[in-house]
Design a protein around this ligand. Structure first.
Ligand code: ZN
Length: 319
């Protein structure tokens, strides 16, 4: 009765009270989810809409249930999930906790789809089944998570050349001794993030294909070189002393370096060390007969050595 004449029905303590549950058990949180789901209109229950009505924070839900989709499923509301991208169908049910790798992959996919280098909260809410809270919880901050997903690297305004992209790919490929995985481009020793590859090549598979094409195009072994060169290469053997003016360059092209590493199984041919078993190991391509002594820059005169073996050779070798 007395409240009827009151024009402003929101004294602060009262609102504060409304915004909190008296207890935060799983059951209480799920009740709250169901209560809000019944209040708002049908269709996907977006986090943003939920929070306008809810007395539970997004952080509390995600801490408890991992993802928004998981929370909805636990409340029997999986049909109301607004999740789109990043949700691999019904895989993310209540028993499945999204892995870090899945979170990062979903972020990268979404950023790529939206053509952005960083995502806003509303981007995430509109497209993903998890929110910024899960990023903060697992990576300390959204920014760090974006960086882990390779998103902030291109944010720095750096545009990598194809050569830098391929060179970095070679480094990471050699490091693992196999084709790198998308998310490995966001981790050392990679210096060019996954997103840069997505941006430049459209997809990770296309980036790998472009790398392989580049490797195959580097035909500067004498046996494969253009016929303009006047000396007569002996395929399959290191040329002992090619002294004419049209001899090959000392620099070893990316494709040739890759083929040498690949032939040597990404291992040092002297001691067997490899980056895949010893992360401190860095492979180098070495001229067997030094270039300065007429040795060719050709696959048969090249080999993979680790740093110590390359440094520890006799004087007859030059690089
Ligand atoms: Zn070695």
């Amino acid at each position: 009765m007395t409240s009827q004449s009151e024009p402003l029905p929101e004294p602060r303590p009262f609102v504060f009270e409304l915004n909190r549950l008296t207890e935060y058990t799983d059951a209480a949180i799920l009740d709250e989810l169901r209560r809000v789901a019944a209040v708002v209109s049908d269709g996907p229950l977006l986090v943003r809409v939920f929070l306008q009505h809810s007395r539970v924070s997004q952080g509390a839900i995600l801490r408890r249930f991992g993802t928004w989709a998981d929370a909805l499923a636990a409340a029997g509301l999986s049909g109301r999930s607004g999740a789109k991208l990043g949700v691999r169908g019904a895989k993310w049910n209540v028993n499945h906790r999204i892995t870090n790798e899945e979170v990062l992959a979903a972020l990268s996919e979404l950023a790529c789809k939206l053509g952005k280098t960083e995502l806003s909260v509303s981007d995430m809410e509109a497209h993903l089944s998890f929110g910024p809270a899960i990023l903060r919880k697992r990576w300390g901050s959204s920014r760090t998570a974006f960086a882990a997903a390779g998103l902030s690297l291109s944010k720095l305004g750096r545009r990598y050349t194809d050569e830098e992209c391929f060179d970095n790919m070679l480094t990471v490929w050699t490091h693992h001794g196999r084709p790198p995985k998308y998310l490995e481009m966001g981790q050392p020793p990679s210096k060019v993030g996954s997103k840069a590859y997505m941006k430049r090549f459209g997809s990770w598979n296309k980036a790998l294909a472009a790398f392989v094409e580049r490797v195959n195009a580097d035909t500067d072994s004498p046996a494969m070189a253009a016929p303009a060169i006047s000396d007569t290469p002996i395929a399959g053997q290191p040329a002992p002393a090619a002294q004419n003016s049209s001899r090959d360059k000392r620099e070893i092209s990316l494709g040739l370096r890759f083929r040498v590493f690949h032939r040597d199984r990404f291992k040092c041919v002297l001691c067997g060390d490899s980056p895949s078993i010893n992360s401190a190991c860095v492979l180098q391509v070495d001229h067997i007969v030094p270039w300065s002594k007429g040795g060719r820059t050709a696959i048969d005169n090249l080999r993979s050595l680790c740093g110590p073996c390359n440094l520890g050779r006799g004087n007859g070798y030059d690089d």
